[in-house]
Ligand binder design. Structure first.
Ligand SMILES: [Zn+2]
Length: 157
C-alpha cells in the first residue's frame, strides 16, 4: 500500500452492518488513491487487491454459491448466486446476482425467493425422474456415484 495517497475516512462510524475499509481507486498504471468506503459485513471483496478505476465503479460482492451442469458434449454450465451491491448505481440496494455462464441478472428479495421456489420444484421433478429409473448396475471400474460426484465437482476425467 505504499505510494498511495490516503484520504481520511469521511465518516468514522460506519452504519450498522457495515465496516469502514480502504479501497484503491485509480487506473492500474497510476499509483492510485485510497478511499475509505462503507463495506457491508457480507462483502468478501478485497477493495485494495480489486481496484476500481473510479469510485463509482466500486461494488460489493458476497460469497458465491455455485452449481455446475456438465453436458456430455460442450462446455460446463456454471450457475453462481451471490449478494451484490453497487453503492454509486441508481439501484443502491443489495441485490441477489444470478450468474449463468457469465450472464448476470439481479433479483430483489421477492423475485429471489420466487426463483428459489422454482428451483426447489425443479429439484423435486429431477428427483421424481431419477426415481423412475431402474436400480444402478454395479460398475466395476468407477461407480456412478463417484462419476456423478466427479461431474458435480467439475474435475477432469
Ligand atoms: Zn465491499
Amino acid at each position: 500500500m505504499q505510494n498511495h495517497a490516503i484520504s481520511t475516512p469521511m465518516q468514522s462510524v460506519p452504519q450498522p452492518g457495515y465496516r469502514l475499509v480502504p479501497a484503491l481507486i485509480g487506473r492500474s498504471t497510476d499509483p492510485g488513491v485510497i478511499a475509505w468506503v462503507q463495506c457491508p459485513d457480507w462483502c468478501i471483496v478485497d477493495h485494495i487487491e480489486s481496484r476500481s478505476v473510479f469510485l463509482e465503479d466500486l461494488n460489493h460482492e458476497g460469497e458465491r454459491r455455485a452449481m455446475t451442469f456438465t453436458p456430455s458434449n460442450g462446455p460446463r454450465v456454471l450457475v453462481e448466486v451471490y449478494l451484490t451491491q453497487w453503492p454509486a448505481s441508481h439501484e443502491t440496494q443489495t441485490q441477489m446476482a444470478v450468474d449463468l455462464d457469465c450472464e448476470v441478472e439481479t433479483y430483489g428479495r421477492t423475485a429471489g425467493l420466487a426463483l428459489a421456489d422454482q428451483m426447489v420444484a425443479f429439484a423435486a421433478d429431477v428427483r421424481r425422474v431419477a426415481l423412475a429409473l431402474p436400480d444402478d448396475k454395479p460398475v466395476p471400474v468407477r461407480n456412478q456415484a463417484d462419476e456423478a460426484l466427479r461431474r458435480v465437482r467439475g474435475g477432469a476425467a
